[in-house]
Ligand binder design. Structure first.
Ligand SMILES: *Cc1c(COP(=O)(O)O)cnc(C)c1O
Length: 434
């Protein structure tokens, strides 16, 4: 039943070539398959739930461009919207009607957003959001959580120091100690640690930034009371609470995790789905905070291609479809649950009890038997087994995220038969390694 892939010849040749002119052969590190060994697959095309590589191998798609393709690949609505707008030129660097419509739609869909600024990536959105929070509060420090990812701006590439009173340290060459000292790190789901950080840095914390459902250490949902507790602490101490919904926005509900979980931040960052596959990000929040942004206020932030018409057309088509089709989310929850339950039943056949974290269309199968509630827990996973499992799935035409510390992203293009095919491959791949 499962489709067996025999060779990746063209991808191997392309990767050889790529390494000569592109650092590591890729334009973003996780694509290089370093965590799972072997060569990355070069994708030629995709349609609906399937990817096709340069050797014409077919894969069931479980990454979906790291989230944006929530309706499956090459959705006709998005395609039509982009091709229509394209005829009127691709960029003006001047205001357009589409930007106004896009802003109105975002404000309507996302509970915390009263005003919004478009940018070109999730990284830009998060970088700008903390600058605005700093400008608004007049404070310097931010708190982030271990295992959460907020893009590659300097302030976020910081590792934990040792204990609540010590500052962070650079987690990448090129990030200065000066920047690191303003980023404080807490374990995910640990409210009392956050409380200690705030106490140790009185009137110095401008923002707490958090993935309301973490997806960048694998899928890790918040424990009951965690987000509510952050909300309370931030209100109490005049700190701007930022939900980084670059991944969860428009994915877990049309208004994101904040709508699903009923906790409203002061600011929200968006990306991925918001561009329908084109490079888009956005940040928004309370009027009072967003009015600090230039030219209204004194926090500078700009972008030559921000609000680009092609990107706005794609994003608007995607968001308005999601806004009008609530059944998207019940369907994604259903197939997400089917996949989780199927995986858990298969684990029982092997007499094992792996942890499968799932919420809506985000799911991670962890090679550990212990619950995964933070990055430390996630790191207990057997990475050697994951590596072999990943390769087994790839050879069976299932395209997983090439790291244990990533979430999978389901799309509405997946049918029940695809879920069954994934589960058959899952059982076979596990049987090879357990
Ligand atoms: C992907 C992601 C980002 C970064 O977005 P880019 O568009 O890759 O710059 C930031 N935050 C979260 C939660 C993400 O998942």
């Amino acid at each position: 039943m499962t489709n067996r892939i025999k060779n990746f010849k063209t991808s191997e040749q392309l990767f050889e070539r790529a390494q000569k002119t592109i650092p590591g052969g890729v334009n973003s590190p996780v694509r290089a398959f370093r965590a799972v060994g072997g060569n990355p697959v070069f994708i030629r095309a995709a349609q609906g739930a399937y990817l096709y590589d340069e050797d014409n191998n077919r894969y069931i798609e479980l990454i979906n461009s790291w989230g944006p393709m929530i309706l499956g690949h090459a959705h006709p609505l998005v395609e039509q919207a982009v091709s229509q707008v394209m005829r009127n030129s691709f960029s003006f660097g001047a205001p357009t009607k589409l930007e106004v419509e896009m802003a109105e739609l975002i404000v309507k869909m996302v509970p915390s957003i009263e005003k919004v600024r478009m940018v070109n990536s999730g990284t830009e959105a998060c970088m700008a959001a903390i600058r605005v929070a700093r400008g608004y509060t007049g404070r310097s420090k931010i708190i982030k959580f271990e295992g959460c990812y907020h893009g590659h701006a300097d302030s976020f590439l910081i590792a934990a120091g040792s204990g609540a009173t010590t500052m962070g340290t650079p987690d990448s060459l090129g990030v200065t100690q000066g920047v690191a000292q303003d980023t404080l790190i807490a374990p995910y789901n640990d409210l009392s640690f956050v409380e200690k950080l705030i106490e140790a840095n009185p009137n110095q914390v401008a923002a707490v930034i958090v993935e309301p459902v973490a997806g960048n250490m694998g899928c890790v949902p918040p424990k009951k009371g965690f987000l509510e507790g952050l909300r309370h602490l931030c209100t109490q101490h005049g700190i701007v609470l930022i939900f980084d919904e670059v991944m969860t926005g428009f994915r877990l509900a049309k208004g994101g995790a904040q709508e699903l979980l009923g906790v409203i931040p002061d600011m929200t960052t968006l990306g991925k789905i918001i561009g329908g596959g084109l490079p888009v990000g956005a940040y928004g929040g309370k009027k009072e905070i967003m009015d600090c942004v230039s030219p209204q206020g004194k926090v500078y932030q700009a972008g030559t291609l921000s609000g680009n018409p092609l990107a706005m057309a794609a994003g608007y088509a995607m968001l308005s479809y999601l806004d009008e089709h609530p059944e998207v989310y019940s369907y994604l929850e259903k197939i997400g649950r089917d996949l989780r339950e199927g995986m858990m039943q298969i684990s029982q056949k092997f007499n094992r009890k792996f942890t499968v974290n799932q919420i809506g269309s985000m799911i991670t199968f962890f090679f550990t038997e212990k619950p995964v509630e933070n990055f430390e827990d996630a790191k207990q996973s057997d990475l050697e087994k994951f590596k072999r499992y990943f390769q087994g799935m790839l050879r069976r035409g299932i395209y997983l995220a090439p790291s244990q510390f990533e979430s999978l992203f389901l799309s509405t293009a997946l049918q029940e038969a695809d879920i069954q095919e994934i589960l058959v491959a899952h059982e076979q791949a596990l049987s090879e390694i357990l």
